[in-house]
Design a protein around this ligand. Structure first.
Ligand SMILES: C[S@@+](CC[C@H](N)C(=O)[O-])C[C@H]1O[C@@H](n2cnc3c(N)ncnc32)[C@H](O)[C@@H]1O
Length: 311
């Protein structure tokens, strides 16, 4: 059972990437993110903000290769949808993938088993974004950079935003997808903010911070959003579900949340999850509880002359 609140510390899940990846695998099984983002990549917004935008900028050099960078690509499912859209328009694509975890092996397998398109070549970087920069520097610039649900790991938003912007070609497009701070698990740190020594609250990067950073750096962006749902039935209805607990840990950014959170915080969190959920009946009469989260989609296009962050 939970200990006294004043003695309590919640351990940030990012301090144990093995645990994080177990939780992430559970989340991947239970979320509608894949369907939602595949639909979104198929829709006019990706086409106009990325494909059309880049083809206008590159109209004089359409025979050239475009360079694409994925940061925190995971197993590549979402990037492959994006690359397929680009491959239909541009004759040659060089795709660089930066992913520090073993998920990069899955990405390689998928890309190798089922060639994404004949006109794409891959370059694999099994390392963090900062390690990539330490090895490769800024000489290679990219026409399109995709960072989907990975900014949470990149540290100070002002620092990583300058780095990403510097890696863009003039006229290039940066796509950032991340949780908003007012719904879903993005709002959770607010509910935990009363905790002593809570590194989770201090370290979390949300879309408000990223947008404020872009505004401070006077980098223009456009935005839209999508909504995803996660099936949280396991940890709401079953106290002894290992899978449910892993998902709960992932959504609260906390190791062993159920056991380590003080009672009042745990109750508040469960209330938060129930409030943000809807119940659906399945075909066989069971009930499923779905927790909703909205995510921001931000597009940054680098100006042709982009001042001090361009160099
Ligand atoms: C939530 S997952 C998102 C994966 C993928 N983009 C997607 O949306 O399916 C975040 C990914 O960022 C990776 N990551 C963690 N720290 C990183 C770092 N410092 N630099 C680059 N990627 C990082 C993780 O290994 C993980 O695969």
């Amino acid at each position: 059972m939970a200990s006294n609140m004043s003695e309590n510390k919640l351990l940030n899940i990012l301090t144990d990437m093995k645990h994080y990846h177990k939780g992430y695998a559970e989340y991947c099984r239970k979320t509608t993110k894949w369907q939602e983002l595949q639909k979104w990549t198929e829709c006019a917004e990706f086409e106009s903000n990325v494909v059309t935008n880049l083809s206008k900028k590159l109209s004089g050099q359409m025979d050239q290769q475009i360079r694409v960078l994925g940061v925190g690509s995971g197993d590549g499912i979402l990037e492959i949808y994006q690359l397929q859209k680009l491959a239909a328009k541009f004759p040659k694509i060089s795709a660089s993938v930066v992913e520090p975890s073993e998920l990069i092996t899955k990405y390689k397998d998928t890309a190798g088993r089922n060639p994404v398109a004949d006109n794409i070549t891959f370059e694999w970087h099994h390392r963090t974004f900062d390690e990539y920069l330490a090895c490769n520097g800024y000489d290679k610039k990219y026409h399109f950079i995709s960072v989907v649900h990975a900014v949470y790991f990149l540290g100070d938003p002002e620092v990583f935003m300058k780095k990403l912007y510097k890696l863009l070609e003039p006229g290039g497009v940066l796509l950032l997808i991340l949780l908003t701070d007012h719904t879903g698990s993005g709002s959770i740190p607010l509910h935990q903010s009363g905790l002593k020594d809570d590194t989770t609250t201090n370290n979390f990067v949300n879309s408000s911070q990223v947008k404020a950073t872009l505004e401070k750096l006077q980098i223009e962006y456009t935005q839209s959003m999508y909504t995803e749902s996660t099936d949280i039935t396991d940890f709401i209805t079953n106290d002894n579900s290992e899978e449910g607990d892993l998902l709960l840990d992932f959504l609260t950014y906390t190791i062993n949340f159920k056991k380590s959170a003080p009672d009042d915080v745990r109750d508040r969190m469960m209330h938060h999850f129930k409030q943000g959920s809807r119940i659906e009946k399945t075909g066989d009469g069971d009930e499923k509880i779905y927790f909703k989260a909205t995510c921001d989609i931000l597009f940054v296009t680098k100006r042709e002359y982009a001042g001090e962050y361009a160099k």
